[in-house]
Design a protein around this ligand. Structure first.
Ligand SMILES: [Zn+2]
Length: 242
């Protein structure tokens, strides 16, 4: 039986149910065919602002005072009452609406659970996890302030009724979770922390955490089979990420 996690990199501050065991990602990551001709990160996607491509991880932090200027409330079903977390940057919010509409056409109802989080919110969140779980364990499933993609306004945690509107690894095995993994790139999103990649991303498998990159880059990253950390590093080196 897979555990339903309530304490994750993405979980909202108000969710304080204890997670005694944080499961390790399995080694069975999805096999995505690699296309040799994929170009490096480019800005030729007319829909995308170059700042959409920002890489944030445990090595690349955002400033404490960074906040996107174009946050809007998402126009999709949400779970939490917090106004802050129900926001994304405009382009990502529009894409999320399209993704949810696509899912609905396929017969699935999705919910947005946690999107934008300020540096201040993330500071409080991580401190709470460290208090309850110790720093080492907290670091596996949560981000230090400045290191969370949620501060970019380009990441959204999604869920569904089949996982009781929680953030759960089980979401990846549901029909809607599988649909999302397969179709997210068509709408400009990737599943940012794939199964079996914790040693690269620094995070356990999070089938619910979507990162907006724009349709072209999301498709390129998905096709490459790389994490965004690897893809962006190769592109920055001037190499061909694929
Ligand atoms: Zn998340």
């Amino acid at each position: 039986m897979a555990l339903s996690l309530s304490l994750t990199a993405c979980t909202h501050l108000l969710e304080t149910r204890a997670a005694a065991n944080v499961p390790s990602p399995s080694s069975s990551g999805q096999a995505i065919p690699i296309t040799p001709s994929t170009p490096p990160i480019s800005s030729d996607d007319p829909a995308s602002d170059p700042s959409i491509q920002i890489l944030v991880n445990k090595q690349k932090s955002l400033d404490a005072d960074y906040a996107p200027e174009d946050l809007v409330r998402v126009d999709v079903p949400t779970v939490l009452k917090s106004e802050e977390v129900n926001q994304l940057r405009k382009e990502a919010a529009d894409a999320l609406k399209a993704l949810f509409a696509g899912a609905e056409t396929a017969g699935f109802k999705l919910y947005a659970r946690s999107g934008y989080r300020s540096y201040k919110t993330q500071t409080a969140l991580f401190a709470g996890y460290v208090k309850n779980h110790g720093e080492k364990e907290a670091n596996r499933f949560s981000a230090r302030a400045g290191q969370s993609e949620h501060q970019t306004g380009l990441a959204m945690d999604i869920t569904s009724d089949s996982v009781s509107l929680q953030l759960s690894e089980d979401f990846g095995d549901t029909e809607e979770g599988q649909w999302v993994r397969e179709h997210a790139p068509e709408y400009g999103f990737i599943v940012r922390y794939p199964k079996g990649k914790e040693d690269i991303t620094g995070y356990m498998y999070e089938p619910w955490h979507l990162r907006y990159l724009g349709t072209k880059l999301a498709a390129d990253v998905a096709r490459s089979g790389l994490t965004y950390d690897e893809y962006a590093a190769k592109a920055a080196d001037g190499g061909n990420p694929s």
